[in-house]
Write a protein that binds this ligand. Structure first.
Ligand code: ATP
Ligand code: MG
Length: 183
């Protein structure tokens, strides 16, 4: 599964609608300090459902909305959409037949947050379910940040087990078994 586009509007320093096209499997983002490189990664974490403002380097979730700069006023709404190429049908279930899967999240200043899969409004957990077992998502290993390698090395056995289960693609079954036992 390949990330093909990242579309941002009103997210952190990206006031204007901006589309980043990912042409190759290996891409580097370069630029001077403070130009917005890390904001791109924050956008990917955010659209996948990150709910901790601190993980996005903010104090509150509204901090992801463009707050104004020099000659530009603040914006009322942040939106991020990431589009995956699903030609290899890595996504299973309801969306498996789509060759592109677009995940979108929006947030208004009044705190209303919405999620969409291919423009159909869904719940946050539908996004998590979509990616369970693929390595993408909140508990995934697709985004390796500073400090994460040492977290893996120092992980307690239970935490290490969940990393391994996600890598083996079996965490979705564990999750479903857990749900069944709660019913
Ligand atoms: P470095 O090389 O230092 O890691 P970087 O390219 O990763 O820098 P970022 O951390 O992505 O930079 O971007 C920081 C910039 O984003 C700062 O200029 C900050 O003011 C701006 N920024 C962050 N949140 C907002 C917001 N809500 N509204 C407007 N600008 C914002
Ligand atoms: Mg940075």
């Amino acid at each position: 599964m390949r990330l093909a586009y990242i579309k941002l509007a009103g997210f952190k320093s990206f006031a204007e609608p901006t589309t980043i096209t990912i042409f190759h499997n290996l891409v580097g983002i370069v630029g001077p300090n403070g130009c917005g490189k890390s904001n791109v990664i924050d956008a990917v974490r955010w659209v996948l459902g990150e709910s901790k403002a601190s993980a996005l380097r903010g104090d509150s979730m509204q901090d992801v909305i463009f707050s104004g700069s020099g000659n530009r006023k603040a914006i009322g709404r942040a939106s991020v959409e990431i589009v995956f190429d699903n030609h290899l049908n890595k996504i299973t279930g309801q969306w498996s037949s789509y060759t592109e899967i677009a995940i979108k999240r929006t947030l208004q200043r009044n705190g209303v947050s919405s999620y969409f899969i291919n423009n159909l409004q869904v719940r946050r957990r539908d996004i998590a379910d979509l990616f369970l077992g693929t390595g993408v998502g909140g508990q995934g290993y697709a985004i390796i940040e500073q400090g994460m390698i040492s977290r893996i090395i120092e992980a307690k056995p239970q935490e290490l087990k969940s990393f391994l289960e996600e890598a083996a693609g079996i965490s979705q079954y564990r999750e479903r078994r857990h749900e069944t036992s709660l019913r």
